[in-house]
Design a protein around this ligand. Structure first.
Ligand code: TEU
Length: 584
């Protein structure tokens, strides 16, 4: 594949290219179908390249398109070096990469190497016998002492999988259990084994040699497991009466940074400057974030933190809704801004394929859909870091609001519902409510391109129902209206490209205790910016800092005219966002 970009010169003084970039995530299954089977595919992406170019994004990250039994929609990979036929072929992928490159858009691939599919040849060899040369590529353990294989309670530990049930699955052939933090079709790879690491690195080099521009690394902080220390296993603290917490022994293990630095040497050395390396790191603290992203350490460029997207979760987790306290959101994001100010870099996001839609969560997806979607975008994109836009976010797409359990397709939701039902924890009505709030399918309904029957996504039966609001919420309408969510995102992306203060300025929170307004300044390297977003449907007053509202210019806002100023305070209208720039 031809390299279409200017050669990036290694200059450790200049900020990396991705400090002014915006990334767009494509979840191919739900983006655009080209062959009428109801599932999005790569030739479908080709039809929508203009949309991405008009939006102005710099990078596209593809959720997995590799060969996969699709137990977890492609996050269960059976062949890392081929494209699944439901998405097309390797040749289609090459065409997509070329088409994006020719528009100046780089391509980042999802890298899912904490686990493989149980249908990957590595696992099939591993499970074949206890003395298979690949036995040690995965985590095999005998039944709990005193128990026979298969007996209730014989699992080596009581750990809960992320997808409900146990993390252990019995292989009847050898009478041992294998570890799977996610579904039983996603066995965890044993990174302690150097042969596993070499095989992964070789595969990564193969992709880079094909011309891709980086990786988004799935649950990368789970690859080193504390359980490896002497092989000791211990039950976790039981949360829900059934299963225990696997986290302490299966995440953030002692060799995590060693592995990432080794990966860096083995795969990225000599070409790092042209790439984008982003890690998905659930549970990471700011201190972890700094270790991952301090460029001097040679690990990753940035990581996805989960703290801010967990603030509306109750003790029961993602299906247990509690109201957001804006002060906590501000404090959390500000901690990351400050913590990574001198060394490291933030990935900024509200949405991805695992998160319900932000406008339905922290905004108002009814009367103020446009206002709240554009306010949320403004606040996020004015932070220091690299913003990620998830497909449909730029259209102000909302949660699915499914009224029946039968609508759901996601394995996490289905298994959660089955377990909650089996143990009588929730009634069906409560389950409908819980999934409507927390299901990943909220993010996965097909992209709404137009107002036709299947929203222009497919000519067939979509694999997951199209949101009925596509009649009014769709790309065609959005692109026509200059005040739309789409054009607001386009302007925010252009602003990051043009304004050095947006790109690199220091972040400082204003009025941290204000319960409804998120305000901050960005300063250094140019005239100070003041940013304010009203997280409510009522007017709110906020004092202005760092700029004089009488002389400041309005850089961007989501109402036609500037907000009223009264006694040096701004009076923000419902869900209003505004960015002011100090007069020079
Ligand atoms: O997600 C990992 C993760 O920790 C969560 O966001 C996950 O979605 C889970 O539902 C927690 O409630 C990554 C992928 O993004 C996700 O789609 C995969 O299912 C998962 O890893 C396994 O590969």
């Amino acid at each position: 594949m031809a390299e279409e970009f200017p050669v990036v010169i290694a200059d450790h003084e200049a900020p990396a290219w991705w400090t002014s970039a915006v990334v767009y995530q494509i979840y191919p299954r739900s983006f655009q179908d080209s062959d009428g089977d109801g599932i999005g595919d790569l030739r479908g992406v080709l039809q929508r390249i203009d949309h991405l170019a008009e939006l102005g994004v710099d990078v596209v990250w593809f959720s997995p398109v590799y060969r996969s039994p699709q137990d977890d929609n492609g996050y269960d990979i059976s062949d890392y070096r081929d494209v699944d036929p439901i998405f097309g072929s390797l040749a289609d992928l090459d065409e997509v990469v070329q088409a994006l490159h020719s528009r100046g858009i780089r391509v980042v691939m999802d890298l899912v190497v904490n686990h493989t599919s149980d249908e990957h040849t590595w696992f099939m060899e591993s499970r074949a016998s206890t003395d298979s040369p690949k036995r040690d590529w995965y985590w095999w353990r005998p039944p709990r002492p005193g128990f026979a294989a298969g007996e209730p309670g014989a699992e080596p530990t009581n750990w809960a999988s992320y997808f409900s049930g146990s993390t252990w699955e019995l292989d009847p052939g050898t009478g041992e259990y294998y570890l799977h933090l996610f579904s039983r079709k996603q066995p965890d790879l044993n990174w302690e084994n150097p042969a596993v690491r070499d095989a992964v690195y070789e595969m990564m080099r193969w992709w880079l040699d094909r011309g891709i521009d980086g990786f988004r690394m799935d649950v990368i902080n789970l690859i080193s497991k504390t359980m490896a220390d002497g092989g000791a296993l211990a039950d976790g603290v039981v949360k829900d009466g059934l299963y225990g917490d696997a986290w302490p022994l299966t995440a953030n293990g002692p060799r995590l940074h060693e592995y990432l630095q080794e990966m860096h040497r083995e795969v990225f050395e000599g070409r790092r400057e042209a790439l984008l390396l982003v890690g998905e790191t659930p549970g990471a603290t700011v201190e972890d974030g700094r270790l991952f992203t301090d460029p001097a350490r040679g690990e990753l460029d940035m990581v996805f933190t989960f703290e801010h997207v967990g603030l509306d979760h109750g003790p029961g987790g993602r299906f247990d809704r509690r109201p957001l306290d804006l002060r906590e959101l501000k404090a959390t994001l500000a901690r990351w801004q400050t913590g990574l100010k001198d060394a490291g870099w933030n990935a900024l996001y509200w949405c991805n394929h695992d998160q319900p839609r932000i406008v339905s969560r922290f905004g108002d997806d009814g009367a103020y859909r446009r206002e709240s979607a554009t306010m949320l975008a403004t606040v996020l994109h004015l932070h220091r870091g690299t913003p990620y836009v998830y497909q449909g976010e730029e259209l102000g797409m909302t949660n699915a609001h499914f009224a029946a359990l039968a609508e759901y397709r996601d394995i996490e939701s289905l298994r959660y519902a089955a377990e909650a039902r089996a143990h009588g924890r929730l009634t069906d009505d409560q389950l409908v409510e819980a999934l409507a709030f927390g299901s990943r399918d909220n993010a996965r309904t097909p992209v709404q391109w137009d107002d036709t029957a299947s929203a222009g996504f497919t000519t067939g039966e979509p694999w997951l129902a199209v949101n009925p609001n596509h009649v009014t919420v769709n790309a065609e309408v959005e692109c026509r209206d200059p005040a739309s969510v789409f054009h607001h995102y386009r302007r925010l992306i252009a602003l990051r490209h043009e304004d050095p203060v947006v790109r690199l300025g220091d972040f400082s929170l204003v009025a941290p205790e204000h319960p409804h307004v998120y305000a901050f300044t960005r300063s250094g390297g140019g005239p100070t910016l003041f940013v304010a977003g009203n997280f409510s449907g009522e007017p709110q007053r906020i004092g202005v800092e760092g700029v004089d509202p009488a002389t400041a210019g309005r850089v961007i806002g989501n109402y036609d005219d500037a907000p009223r100023v009264e006694e040096a305070e701004l009076v923000l209208r419902p869900w209003e966002a505004v960015v002011l720039r100090a007069a020079r």
